[in-house]
Design a protein around this ligand. Structure first.
Ligand SMILES: [Fe+2]
Length: 166
């Protein structure tokens, strides 16, 4: 994986070939950075949304945050299961995440719906590309984890985007 570094590898009795594990660890750490970034964006929206739909969106954005926190854990722990080091510090995330920065000046429900649906869609695309790569690398379990995350993100994108579709 170009541009992705594996900090170190631990010995494991996991029978996936080392080359597969190295590739999966790089990809999963990249998605880990993006998922942590997404989680902070959900909270940013949860805290700052205002207007007539305040309470519905405030609660919705926190529900999404809770699911994304589970995705963060799934990704990080898969990295460690494969003998890698989960790289989830704020400084790594800031350097590595490919998501656009969440704008700080947003206020209305429709502004936050727009920004958070952009972030969900971008993360969803990145996760879906990861499914393909993990399929090609013959790591069915990482592909399965990414598929679970992708399914959840597609659902949450619907929940957020529905506010703009009427
Ligand atoms: Fe809260």
């Amino acid at each position: 994986m170009a541009g992705l570094q594996v900090a170190r590898m631990y010995q494991t009795k996991n029978d996936l070939p080392e080359s597969t594990r190295v590739e999966a660890i790089g990809l999963l750490n990249q998605r880990l950075a993006e998922s942590i970034d997404l989680q902070t964006q959900c909270k940013q929206a949860h805290w700052n949304v205002k207007g007539a739909s305040f309470i519905a969106l405030h609660k919705l954005f926190d529900e999404i945050n809770e699911d994304v926190e589970e995705y963060v854990d799934l990704l990080a722990e898969r990295v460690v299961q494969l003998g890698g080091v989960a790289e989830g510090t704020v400084s790594v995330v800031a350097e590595r995440s490919t998501l656009a920065g969440y704008p700080l000046g947003l206020s209305t429900g429709s502004e936050h719906v727009g920004a958070l649906s952009d972030a969900l869609a971008a993360f969803g695309r990145s996760v879906r590309l990861g499914i393909e790569e993990m399929d090609e690398a013959d790591d069915a379990d990482s592909a399965d984890i990414l598929t679970e995350i992708s399914r959840g993100i597609d659902k949450w994108l619907w929940f957020v985007e529905a506010h703009q579709q009427a």
